[in-house]
Design a protein around this ligand. Structure first.
Ligand SMILES: C[S@@+](CC[C@H](N)C(=O)[O-])C[C@H]1O[C@@H](n2cnc3c(N)ncnc32)[C@H](O)[C@@H]1O
Length: 279
């Protein structure tokens, strides 16, 4: 099933990256979580903000086909009760411009979107400035999707910086990709991703107990998030490549509130049961 909400054509001349068929699992989760979160929080908060720091171009084409699908930023807009504000950050200007064009074409001026060009890890202050200020009589809550593709693209310090606000995170943890390949090498990719050199000693100890890297890492990363107060959530099942069935990544959800956990469980349930996908 294509996540196009019944739309017949997403054709345009703009950049349209190729994605594997397996990306649709990610798209179902992000769509469902956005829908559940935004509707449930509508009357409880004065401003709900969607933040997508690795936003991409808004539309992708499924590899080996001509089928186009909406991707994370467009899916977060493709819900009944829209967020009050959207913040889309992207390193590649061509993709960001394509996204802006697509959003404007589809929603004209009906949504509040801020586009930020740059390396998400280097412009956290700008991102924080874009989030409406939480103040007396004006409560702000955000949902942030981090879809870095590779571990080297995301620093834990970025999460730490955003975590000074009320924000829940959905993070693509690329555990079987560049991280898995470098786990025995003394380089900085994992250290940057987890924000601590301590992972090496912990991994050494886990290896001695015959614990597999993926099991070790998901638990370790969860502990790192717990150190920021994110005690609720959990991971999706392993997402695998459709052709070779190779493991690729897991999506980790992290919230400081038990309600976040409840939404996550619902989003996962509806993402499996594809008949309940749309409003
Ligand atoms: C896997 S794509 C995800 C796109 C989108 N989230 C989706 O649903 O398909 C990752 C995107 O992050 C961008 N990117 C990579 N490193 C980045 C960084 N440090 N800051 C911002 N964007 C980055 C890439 O250009 C790419 O468009």
């Amino acid at each position: 099933m294509s996540i196009t909400n019944g739309e017949k054509s997403l054709d345009d001349e703009l950049i349209t990256p190729h994605v594997g068929l397996w990306a649709e699992k990610k798209y179902r989760l992000i769509h469902n979580y956005s829908r559940i979160f935004s509707t449930s929080m509508k009357k409880k908060w004065d401003a709900r903000v969607y933040i997508d720091l690795f936003a991409g171009a808004g539309i992708s084409v499924i590899q080996g086909t001509s089928r186009k699908v909406l991707t994370s930023p467009m899916l977060s807009l493709d819900i009944r009760d829209k967020f009050d504000k959207y913040i889309f950050c992207e390193l590649d200007k061509v993709k960001l411009d394509a996204l802006q064009h697509r959003v404007e074409k589809r929603y004209s001026n009906t949504v509040d979107v801020q586009y930020i060009h740059g390396d998400a890890n280097l412009i956290t202050e700008k991102i924080l400035e874009s989030i409406p200020t939480f103040r007396k009589g004006f409560k702000v809550i955000s949902f942030c999707f981090l879809d870095p593709l590779k571990a080297k693209n995301l620093s834990f310090s970025t999460i730490e910086a955003l975590s000074i606000t009320y924000v829940d995170f959905l993070i693509l943890v690329p555990i079987y990709m560049d991280m898995n390949r470098t786990k025995n090498i003394d380089n900085k990719i994992i250290e940057k991703f987890v924000g601590s050199p301590d992972w090496r000693d912990q991994w050494k100890a886990a290896k001695e107990k015959n614990i597999a890297f993926d099991i070790f890492f998901t638990e370790y990363y969860q502990k790192r998030m717990e150190s920021l107060g994110y005690c609720h959530g959990g991971y999706s099942e392993i997402v695998r490549s459709t052709n070779k069935n190779l493991p690729l990544y897991r999506l980790g959800f992290f919230s400081r509130h038990p309600l976040g956990q409840k939404f996550w469980e619902e989003a996962k349930k509806y993402s499996t049961d594809q008949t309940n996908l749309f409003d």
